[in-house]
Design a protein around this ligand. Structure first.
Ligand SMILES: Cc1ncc(COP(=O)(O)O)c(C=O)c1O
Length: 380
């Protein structure tokens, strides 16, 4: 059998990884400024993470959600404590798209409506409702256009107000910092006003923190920079540091009913061990503060790069926009500097999503490599 060929692949074959580095079969060590697509939060193969998952696997790896599993309660308690959402409720699932599906479903159960406001360049995943609110026609089949959605311009408060005032909006869904869209930030004042509008009109505010959450932007959740409290928050990626685990976090206004949500694998013993280990390390190593500090230093260091058009981001979620496609630059970074970076839907944007554990030295190594490449080569 052949693989279904849907991924454009880099010519890299990682065989081992440690901390901020990936070791490939070509014998080289690569600095990981992509974090395996924003997934590696506490660094590759962190010893505490490896120990906790190994220990769990030696006890019990999986049993179904039809029995008691106190490990899930442990994840929920620790997540509530570290994020400041003690009073919210957690539903555990396996992937970001699934977390979004559950969020939309709960919003619609809650207020009985189905129209959703999403934003230009949004990405929320590849299952039906998630694709319906994703702004990318090439990913969306006719069968995915399941319910009414409007895509508005980011930070256009009047447009949101006009839609919401019609009375039929179920939910507003947004990534506080758009990831695949090219590291674009919603303004804090816009988020605050949208939050108020949602409260006033019985509209559920869903913050998709799948990429920006778990400390990446220098706060536990990116929306916390704006001081708002959404009704539902979705998490995945950094939550498991590579172990597939995700969650839909619901305010106390949402009442659970047996059977409304469910998953065979969601919240299994191994996933809980991984998520708890990640939270332990985030807390013990003060990774959120670290991400904020190193992120600020990087943003400063990268602001003056030759040929740069704009540097955007918060913490360790950074976008570098150039006046030319970054394809050649990204390949040169891999081949000449042994640094892996990410792309965005905008071909001119290089996306940086390193582990939250990167050191000042590693951040400087990246800034110097960029400086050298962009001084030596006139790219276009
Ligand atoms: C903001 C955001 N939401 C949702 C998803 C979908 O997550 P998954 O690929 O785990 O389904 C992603 C994945 O890149 C994402 O960045």
């Amino acid at each position: 059998m052949e693989l279904f060929d849907v991924y454009p692949l880099l010519d890299l074959e990682p065989v081992k990884a440690k901390g901020s580095y990936v070791f490939c079969d070509d014998g080289n060590r690569y600095l990981d400024f992509y974090g395996g697509h924003a997934v590696i939060s506490i660094g590759h193969c962190h010893p505490h993470y490896v120990d906790k998952i190994t220990e769990q696997l030696n006890n019990i790896g999986f049993y179904s959600n039809s029995v008691q599993n106190p490990l899930q309660k442990k994840v929920a308690a620790k997540l509530g404590e570290l994020s400041g959402y003690d009073d919210y409720q957690l539903f555990l699932c396996n992937s970001g798209a699934e977390a979004i599906e559950n969020a939309l479903k709960m919003a619609s159960f809650h207020n009985g409506k189905s129209k959703v406001i999403s934003f230009n360049k949004a990405f929320h995943g590849r299952t039906t409702s998630a694709l319906n609110i994703t702004d990318k026609d090439a990913y969306t089949a006719p069968i995915n256009q399941s319910s009414e959605v409007v895509f508005l311009k980011m930070n256009d408060l009047e447009a949101v107000e006009a839609e919401i005032s019609q009375g039929d909006v179920c939910a507003v869904v947004l990534e506080p910092v758009q990831g695949i869209g090219g590291i674009r930030l919603f303004e804090d004042s816009f988020l605050q006003q949208v939050s108020q509008l949602c409260q006033a009109h019985d509209v559920v505010l869903i913050c998709d923190e799948i990429q920006a959450g778990f400390g990446r932007t220098g706060k536990f959740f990116a929306h916390q920079h704006a001081g708002i409290k959404p009704d539902i928050i979705t998490v995945a990626k950094g939550m498991g540091n590579g172990f597939p685990v995700a969650g839909t976090i619901l305010s106390p206004d949402f009442k659970a009913k047996h059977g409304r949500l469910g998953s065979t694998f969601g919240g299994n013993h191994l996933a809980c061990a991984a998520a708890t280990a990640v939270l332990d390390v985030i807390q013990d190593e003060q990774l959120i503060e670290h991400a904020a500090q190193i992120g600020d230093q990087l943003l400063d260091a990268l602001a003056d790069l030759p040929q740069i058009k704009e540097v955007r981001g918060r913490g360790l979620m950074i976008g570098l926009e150039f006046p030319f496609p970054i394809k050649e630059l990204r390949h040169r970074l891999i081949e000449e500097e042994h640094i892996i970076t990410g792309i965005a839907s905008d071909p001119n944007v290089l996306r940086l999503l390193p582990p939250l554990t990167i050191s000042e030295k590693e951040a400087n190594q990246f800034a110097t490599a960029m400086q050298n490449l962009l001084t030596e080569h006139q790219l276009q």
